[in-house]
Design a binder for this molecule. Sequence first.
Ligand SMILES: Cc1cc2nc3c(=O)[nH]c(=O)nc-3n(C[C@H](O)[C@H](O)[C@H](O)COP(=O)(O)OP(=O)(O)OC[C@H]3O[C@@H](n4cnc5c(N)ncnc54)[C@H](O)[C@@H]3O)c2cc1C
Length: 352
Amino acid sequence: MQARTLRLLSVNDGADTGRGGVSVLLTADPHLARAPIPYYQSPMTQLPTPRGQLTPNRPLADLTWLRVGGPADFLFQPADAADLAAFLAALPSDTPVFPIGVGSNLIVRDGGIRGVVIRLGRGFNGIDIEGDIVTAGAAALDAHVARRAAEAGLDLTFLRTIPGSIGGAVRMNAGCYGSYVADHLIDVSIITRAGQAQTLLAADLHLAYRSSQIPDGAVITQARFRAGRGDPAALDAKMTDQIAKRDASQPTKDRSAGSTFRNPVGHSSTGRADDTHELKAWKVIDNAGMRGATIGGAQMSPMHSNFLINTGGASATDLEELGELVRKRVLQTQGIALEWEIMRVGEALVKP
Ligand SMILES: Cc1cc2nc3c(=O)[nH]c(=O)nc-3n(C[C@H](O)[C@H](O)[C@H](O)COP(=O)(O)OP(=O)(O)OC[C@H]3O[C@@H](n4cnc5c(N)ncnc54)[C@H](O)[C@@H]3O)c2cc1C
């Protein structure tokens, strides 16, 4: 069971104008220890009153693919872009903000995330197609976007087997089978940490291997992609083929966050000229004898050794410790420093 390290003492409704504010008094639970966190040194935190849902002390495990992690101080699910902008504009500037998609590339640590976690939902999942341009809300699932595009005869098939949302795909420059977000992205709409709506061109994001430069605390709300034409039936067949390939080579039915480590050199996808086969992460993990290794409920998948899985009952600590053990063994045996591809976020739980 995850310990809840904070108690909510009082929540007083503020004015309902969206600017009135909610007074929330938080205190550390004296029975549980945790490293001091600057955010909580001020006992009273003023949060604006949004139209969307603001939930204090919200466990995050069920919002991630690995099903681990402690609570967010607050989870905010904005009603729409205007609600998000007003909330961020009114939120004290020292309150940390962390947007999440569907948590398919995250280990949220057991102590949870300080500040406000923002998760976009229904108001942000529209998909519109005009000519060869696909406009998708940041909460739209990659797979839905790929399918809708294919029905309209547009090829964004590479998104079909990536289990994230469009916001996460842009942030991570997601890609597979030789195509990446960077190959198709035109621009993104964001709400800055200060609550300003802006449009950033793809070139402004400096998209690179599994990375981008999104301004700190900004939330992507929408992205526009340009796609090549294709026959809908052929695109559908291509996606079916990709799903079969995945199911044959990766533990797609297990709880994972995809590739755990970047390939030591080159790109992770198949079919690119710079894809070096000698230095795949799974291969160096195999060479280190770590396929199938376990710590608690965490395991390096016997099916694909670069997939870290929760076999049931793993904590974030189990998963991260196993990943670090793999890195250590690979370094010791082959002199290669593996880099995490999965993002680890939040605070470790300090046991009393
Ligand atoms: C089985 C499996 C297979 C996978 N295969 C691939 C693959 O082939 N290729 C690949 O690239 N990835 C793959 N992944 C990893 C993952 O699906 C991608 O990285 C995906 O793009 C993450 O999207 P998400 O919505 O889950 O983002 P999250 O994991 O929730 O977040 C990832 C990052 O994106 C940021 N983010 C999310 N939404 C927003 C937003 N609206 N605004 C600003 N920042 C945001 C978060 O802050 C975080 O930094 C795989 C994962 C799994 C579980």
